[in-house]
Design a protein around this ligand. Structure first.
Ligand code: ADP
Ligand code: MG
Length: 209
């Protein structure tokens, strides 16, 4: 897909993320401090404004995601503002100059974004964070990068959701959830669910278009 199609897809994703606020809030009320849904809603609502602004003219796919990441980072706040901002900024920079968003550019974005998130926050798979969904998606995207997005994204999104589901069994090492210890077992990490949702909504858009 080209830049203008990508922009429409991310507008759809942003609208869906805003709608997901109650689910994300409910999860963070169990394992965190309850603000994750509000932070995501604020970030993606700001993104909707950016994506509808005629003055927003990114140079290419990489620049698009880089600017999306900057917007999220500066509007969301909290741990997740830095984390999701870093994912899209670093992921975007790694595909600078690309004109086409396809499975291969998505795979690079997810993998380079994952590395940057690790450098920023030190979370490894198994630590009960969004990295559990991101790492699963990045690995799956690498395996499927020859396929068109329409065929690959259902599987990538599913891998991310499985990664999020697996956080139920984990004890958190970061944020407020770590104070809960074993009491967080049985509950998904809200950031992991957000990560899985972003890919789920990308997939929903791709299947409609
Ligand atoms: P805060 O922790 O500041 O309240 P949020 O509630 O918005 O921020 O986001 C919490 C989410 O951020 C967690 O569910 C987790 O997925 C993610 N997160 C927290 N710390 C890290 C980290 N070091 N690396 C990756 N993700 C993290
Ligand atoms: Mg929180």
């Amino acid at each position: 897909m080209n830049l203008s199609q990508l922009r429409k897809m991310m507008l759809f994703v942003a609208e869906k993320m805003v709608e997901s606020e109650p689910t994300l809030t409910a999860l963070d009320q169990i394992v965190g401090d309850g603000d994750h849904g509000i932070g995501m809603k604020r970030g993606f609502a700001t993104l909707i404004v950016l994506l509808q602004d005629d003055q927003f003219k990114p140079n290419d796919i990489g620049d698009f995601f880089n600017q999306v990441g900057t917007k999220l980072m500066t509007s969301m706040g909290g741990a997740s503002g830095a984390i999701f901002g870093t994912l899209f900024r670093a992921g975007g920079k790694s595909i600078t100059g690309e004109a086409e968003f396809n499975t291969s550019t998505l795979a690079i974005l997810l993998n380079q974004g994952w590395q940057a998130v690790y450098q920023r926050g030190n979370a490894k798979p198994g630590d009960k964070t969004m990295v559990d969904a991101l790492a699963a998606a990045a690995t799956s995207a690498n395996e499927l990068c020859q396929l068109p997005l329409k065929e690959a994204l259902p599987k990538i999104a599913q891998s991310a959701m499985e990664g999020a589901e697996q956080t139920k069994q984990m004890i958190a090492v970061f944020g407020r959830a770590k104070n809960l210890g074993e009491r967080a077992i049985g509950h998904m990490d809200p950031g992991a669910v957000s990560m899985a949702y972003i890919l789920k909504y990308m997939n929903e858009y791709i299947q409609m278009s």
